[in-house]
Design a protein around this ligand. Structure first.
Ligand code: NA7
Length: 537
């Protein structure tokens, strides 16, 4: 029997998280296109569908971690705590999907394994894991930046007699830590969130630390009725602030230098910022991310806090032995992370000086010791930004693979489009500021820009758009220049640089020039009729 004809759409969207849901709404309900979303998970949520590890919570404050495109949606949703916990974010995204009747156009449990551009037909053909083929004029990836789990290739893992999990692929039924000896590998934002929660449940927890990290208390708490009411009445103002700050958060970075104040005043400012907590800490001074000596003052303050909190001096020194500038890696925020090392059932293992050699059937063996374990938790991060795109086997014109085009690192224009891959749009792609920004703010901008771009194309009677090589070269330079104007590239272990994945090209991937500036650049390009892009019939 002949293979069934591929189902055909105006646009295919891959992923049903924050990005995919809003992109569906815009293309289907605003432009009237025939759209299909393909989603690997069995529900909406994206990142939050998979990351169900203990303590999973967003570091953006609740009232800013939502869509702002609809005043009614914004006003009718109430968050319960200062930072939204994973189950609550799932409730929110399901609410959005139901409110706008989005689920009827989403195929769940459908993983994309290949996407190929057909030049003659001017369309994309997408293949799913089940072998189904779908075609569309436009292909939009909404696959997230932190969705390809990085499980270290440690020898012996297959022989481990206990159970092991990656935080980004957490079992839906949860994990029972009671009475168990648990090892947690990784001290990024995820490990720092999970450690205190696992420590409360487990018989014993060993945290395997390769690169120590700063962390500022989150001071999570239930939101008061007064605050919730204030948020409800200030939709326009909050949206305006979030769209004008460099990082999309609803707070403004103080316009003062570390050197404008005395040492005593500085200490008082840091104490106040510590008491306020969360990502706002880095808003204390304007020069923390551009002046190394200014940054050193924040780093010293935060290291002193670790020494103050952690009672055992040797453990405190290991935790405070941080050699990157504060916030040059994504800065974690925590609930009792450092204090957890004062618990009698928690141990810190230094795997920088004594690396993990192998997993044995009984546990983890480092160069210094053997740790018997029942459960290993890998909080080891993701093949960030490029990983989720490259694993889909995307082929552009003449069958050229994206993996080949990006062999030396990602190259695109505005983080959104790649030469040789017509009508492919990458929401929150490398070269966009998204991961340095409060994510929904970046996503709304990307989605609206892509929607306008497609609308303009159709209004002009055109069928395809892709960037020029020259525009890509220029954008790569701008991304590089923006990074090097900051201290961010000085954190050699950061996933911004791909350094956490062995063999990955060392390229600073996000655009560090700020969300507000990026938005202005994108708006200018659209207003000028898309210079840097080739638009054709
Ligand atoms: P991160 O921030 O990439 O952290 C991963 C951690 O795992 C980090 O401490 C790594 O140390 C460590 N790691 C990775 N591989 C190994 C091996 N092989 N051995 C020991 N330790 C290892 O991921 P997260 O999930 O915490 O956070 C990702 C983002 O999600 C976060 O930035 C927020 O934006 C939300 P390393 O630093 O590489 O030495």
């Amino acid at each position: 029997t002949p293979a069934p004809a591929a189902r055909s759409f105006d646009a295919l969207i891959i992923g049903a998280g924050f990005s995919g849901l809003y992109q569906l709404l815009c293309l289907r309900d605003r432009l009237g296109l025939n759209v299909q979303v393909l989603e690997a998970g069995d529900g909406v949520g994206g990142t939050w569908y998979w990351n169900r590890y203990p303590g999973a919570r967003c570091d953006s404050e609740s009232h800013s971690y939502n869509y702002t495109f609809s005043k009614e949606l914004f006003e009718e949703w109430e968050w319960s705590e200062r930072y939204p916990e994973q189950p609550e974010i799932m409730r929110y995204l399901n609410h959005v999907a139901d409110r706008f009747d989005l689920k009827r156009d989403i195929c769940f449990g459908t993983r994309v394994v290949a996407a190929r551009h057909d030049e003659a037909a001017g369309s994309w053909t997408v293949t799913t894991e089940a072998g189904e083929k779908l075609t569309a004029q436009f292909l939009i990836t909404a696959v997230g930046c932190l969705s390809t789990a990085n499980v270290p290739a440690l020898p012996g893992l297959g022989d481990f007699a206990g159970r092991w999990y990656h935080t980004g692929q957490w079992p839906h039924e949860g994990v029972d830590f009671r009475g168990k000896r648990v090892g947690l590998v990784g001290t990024g934002s995820t490990g720092i969130q999970a450690t205190p929660v696992i420590a409360e449940a487990a018989a014993h927890l060993t945290v395997f630390q390769r690169t120590p990290n700063y962390s500022v208390p989150a001071h999570n708490a239930p939101l008061t009725p007064e605050f919730r009411q204030w948020v409800r009445h200030n939709h326009a103002e909050l949206r305006r602030i979030m769209q004008s700050t460099p990082n999309g958060h609803p707070f403004v970075i103080e316009d003062r230098s570390v050197w404008d104040v005395t040492a005593e005043q500085r200490q008082a400012i840091y104490e106040a910022a510590w008491a306020k907590g969360g990502l706002q800490f880095r808003a204390a001074f304007r020069d923390l991310l551009v002046d190394k000596e200014a940054n050193d003052t924040a780093a010293a303050f935060l290291k002193d806090k670790i020494r103050e909190i952690v009672k055992d001096p040797a453990t405190a020194e290991l935790l405070a032995d941080i050699d990157h500038p504060y916030a040059a890696k994504r800065p974690p925020i925590d609930s009792d992370y450092f204090a957890t090392f004062n618990r009698p059932n928690v141990t810190l293992a230094d795997v920088r000086r004594a690396p993990i050699e192998r997993i044995t059937p009984a546990g983890i063996r480092t160069a210094a010791a053997e740790y018997p374990l029942d459960i290993i938790v890998f909080a080891t991060g993701f093949d960030a930004m490029t990983g989720p795109l490259l694993r889909m086997n995307i082929e552009g014109r003449d069958g050229r693979a994206l993996a080949e085009a990006w062999e030396a690192g990602p190259r695109n224009y505005l983080g959104l489009q790649v030469a040789g891959f017509p009508n492919l749009f990458t929401i929150t792609g490398p070269g966009s500021p998204s991961v340095l920004c409060n994510m929904p703010v970046a996503i709304e901008q990307h989605v609206e820009w892509i929607t306008d771009c497609i609308a303009r194309l159709r209004a002009d009677g055109l069928a395809r758009i892709e960037p020029t090589e020259a525009a890509m070269d220029d954008w790569v330079t701008q991304v590089n220049d923006a990074a090097h104007a900051t201290l961010l590239p000085q954190a050699h272990h950061s996933w911004y640089l791909g350094a956490n994945v062995p063999g990955k090209p060392r390229v600073f991937m996000p655009y560090a020039g700020g969300m507000a500036r990026y938005r202005a650049i994108c708006d200018e390009v659209a207003a000028a009729g898309y210079p840097g892009f080739m638009r054709g019939a």
